[in-house]
Design a protein around this ligand. Structure first.
Ligand code: SAM
Length: 221
C-alpha cells in the first residue's frame, strides 16, 4: 500500500542518490551489517555449486556486499545494481578495478546477461509500488534454476516502529506488507523451499527485527 504523499516527497532513487552524496551510504552499511551477515551465512553454504557461483546484490547502495562476497571462496562473479547514479559512482570509486561490476538501472525492468546463482537484497524490495511483481521479475528473469533469492526487509506491518519512515525520509513509494504478504509473494512467484525468520528481534525496544525471506527457483525435472 502506498497512500498519497505530499508533493515534496521524492522517488526512492532520488532520495538515496542524495544520501550517497551526503555520505549516508556508510551508515546503511553499518546498520545492515548484522542482518546481511546472517543472510549470507545462511545462503552461501547452500549455493548449488559452492566451487563456482555468481552473485547479485539488488539495490547494492555503495556496493559493500558485492565487495565482501567477491572475496568469498567459490565466488566467480559478484555484481551490484542500483537505481541511484550517485550510489553506483560511489561503488565504482571504492572499487575502481571492478567498476564494471556495478550497473545503474531500475530493478523493475533490469535483466542480467546470464542468470545468477544467488541474489541477495537488503532493504530494497519495498521501495516499489508492487513488491510481489519485483519478486516475480526476480524469479523469472534473474535467477538460474536451482538458484536462490534472499531478501531482508525492516519496513513491514508487524514492525510498527518502521511505520513512520516514509514521512521521516520523504520518500514517495514505500509499500507496507505484512510478513504473511511477503511470504505469499514468494510462494506465488514460484519459489520453492521458502523460509523466513527474523534477525535481531527485540534487540531494541519494539524492534521486531529484520524479516528475512528466501526461496529457491526449481530446477527442471
Ligand atoms: C535502504 S538502501 C539499501 C542499500 C544497500 N542494500 C545497503 O544495505 O546498504 C535502498 C537502495 O535501493 C535502491 N533502490 C530503490 N528502489 C530501486 C529500484 N527500483 N531500482 C534500483 N534500485 C533501487 C536505492 O537507490 C538505495 O540505494
Amino acid at each position: 500500500m502506498t497512500h498519497s504523499t505530499p508533493p515534496s516527497f521524492r522517488s526512492p532513487i532520488d532520495v538515496f542518490g542524495d544520501w550517497a552524496l551526503q555520505g549516508k551510504d556508510k551508515g546503511m552499511e553499518t546498520g545492515h551489517a548484522r542482518a546481511v551477515a546472517n543472510m549470507l551465512d545462511f545462503a552461501i553454504p547452500r549455493v548449488q555449486s559452492p566451487e563456482s557461483f555468481s552473485f547479485l546484490d539488488a539495490g547494492c547502495g555503495n556496493g559493500w556486499v558485492v565487495r565482501n562476497v567477491r572475496e568469498m571462496a567459490g565466488c566467480r562473479m559478484a555484481m551490484g545494481v542500483d537505481g541511484a547514479e550517485a550510489m553506483i559512482e560511489k561503488a565504482q570509486s571504492l572499487d575502481p578495478e571492478h567498476s564494471d561490476s556495478y550497473q545503474c538501472a531500475d530493478l523493475m525492468t533490469w535483466t542480467p546477461e546470464q542468470p545468477l546463482d544467488l541474489v541477495h537484497s537488503m532493504e530494497v524490495f519495498y521501495y516499489v509500488e508492487d513488491p510481489a511483481s519485483l519478486i516475480k521479475h526476480a524469479f523469472e528473469q534473474w535467477i538460474a534454476p536451482g538458484g536462490r533469492l534472499i531478501l531482508g526487509v525492516d519496513f513491514y506491518r508487524e514492525n510498527t516502529v518502521s511505520h513512520d519512515w516514509q514521512e521521516q525520509c520523504g520518500v514517495d513509494t514505500m509499500t507496507l506488507l505484512s510478513q504473511g504478504e511477503w511470504m505469499n509473494a514468494m510462494d506465488q512467484a514460484g519459489f520453492q523451499e521458502c523460509e523466513h525468520w527474523r534477525v535481531d528481534q527485540h534487540m531494541k525496544p519494539d524492534w521486531e527485527g529484520t524479516l528475512v525471506l528466501t526461496g529457491v527457483v526449481p530446477s527442471p525435472k
